[in-house]
Design a protein. Structure first.
Length: 201
């Protein structure tokens, strides 16, 4: 969810999740400034658990496979690897990114005939040696990733301030899937998930 304030009005961009019979429509909601305190807003780091991260995929599987890298969103803007987030808010978007009935498609791959969106909870991040980087540093590493990995073989991937993580292909076998869920199951388990419908008087 993103919140923007104009001089007289507060706007909330409603999140989008659609696919496999589950839908959450996109819309602009307008609130009076006096209602601001009644809105729930999840800070990006509010839900972080040190050893947990989330991966959204249009495929249903039981273990990560380096050969499948690039078949989800497919853009690899911050390097070639498996992408995770420490917070749960982004995973449903990436799980649904190749569904035909998704309202927007911003990835570098095409919609699938029969996607099976799943959200995977990774529960052993402590095994990874992640380099903390800025957005600019991530882009620089992505342009020369092979050289970077040769220079720093002990690094398993990078992590940005947004909690986005790119795990390099060589280290994917260190990851363990603790749980996997469909999008409705994932949302149902999180009553304060930020992309639910808002009810404001």
């Amino acid at each position: 969810m993103a919140i923007f304030r104009s001089p007289n009005t507060l706007y909330n961009i409603q999140g989008v999740i659609m696919g496999n019979g589950f839908s959450l429509l996109t819309k602009w909601n307008k609130f009076k400034p006096t209602n601001f305190g009644r809105l729930f807003y999840a800070h990006p780091r509010a839900a972080i658990k040190p050893n947990i991260a989330y991966h959204g995929s249009p495929f249903n599987f039981s273990h990560f496979d380096a050969a499948k890298i690039g078949t989800g969103e497919g853009c690899c803007k911050k390097g070639v690897g498996l992408y995770l987030f420490r917070t749960p808010r982004n995973a449903p978007y990436f799980a649904n990114i190749r569904s035909k009935n998704a309202p927007i498609h911003l990835g570098c791959t095409k919609p699938l005939e029969n996607p099976q969106p799943r959200i995977y909870t990774v529960d052993n991040l402590g095994k990874l040696n992640l380099k903390q980087v800025s957005q600019l540093e991530a882009k620089q590493i992505a342009r020369t990733q092979a050289e970077f990995e040769r220079m720093y073989p002990e690094i398993d991937g990078i992590e940005l301030p947004s909690t986005e993580i790119c795990v390099f292909p060589k280290s994917i076998n260190k990851l363990h899937i603790g749980n996997k869920q469909t999008i409705p199951e994932f949302i149902a388990d999180r009553p304060n998930y930020p992309f639910r419908q808002w009810k404001v008087d």
